[in-house]
Ligand binder design. Sequence first.
Ligand code: MN
Length: 249
Amino acid sequence: MTTLFISDLHLSTDRPEKLALFKKFLQGPALKADALYILGDLFESFWIGVDDPRPPNQEVIALLSNYSMQPKTRLIIMRGNRDFHIDRSFADETDCELIDDLHLIELDGNSVLLMHGDTLCTDDREYQRWRKFISNPIIKWLNLHLPLCIRQKIATNVRSYTVEQSKNKSPEITDVNEHTVKNIMEKYKVQLLIHGHTHRQGIHDVKLGDGNGKRIVLGDWYDKDCVLIKDTNGFRFQRIDDYLDATLT
Ligand code: MN
């Protein structure tokens, strides 16, 4: 049983080599996995709908739908803060299972909590206010019903706003808050949490009321090209290139 986790690919036409890597991954080793989880921020630009023809959206949708069509593959996607507005029509076109942020799965009989990770960064009050606004149902409804050209304008503005906002923030503020992590793991009674968003790849110990837990942070597809692999040997990180090579032999 092999389960793969990736997040924060930030696919865009600015980095065609990552799109090519994603393609190789989906058409190679990912085909042999029992499940592939994408935990948010698959796209770099703010997602506004499947009708947005700007590249690489349609190419990525085609890649994903091709992947889902293969025998035995299971594609599970969680929204990130770039793709809050991924909806039913995206799931229909890619044939993926869309899961909410905060999703519990069973791995080897243990309960594992999956999140994108941005809601754990509670020290960043400004960001949390912004998230509350952008993910509220009225905004989501508007995003579904406004004409494409207006949504494209909004997406561009959102992008420049978020770039501006993140400029002067210290690394501590944009990382997860340890208390928030502990509280959420205790609330959901899990010893393992997997998330992305911060791009700070690593495995951390978490002291819980009833023992020790672990928090696994996925790396991005800028310099880490990270995949988290769970198989009979346990969990391990690998660079996508190495994973491609290893599965060739
Ligand atoms: Mn994110």
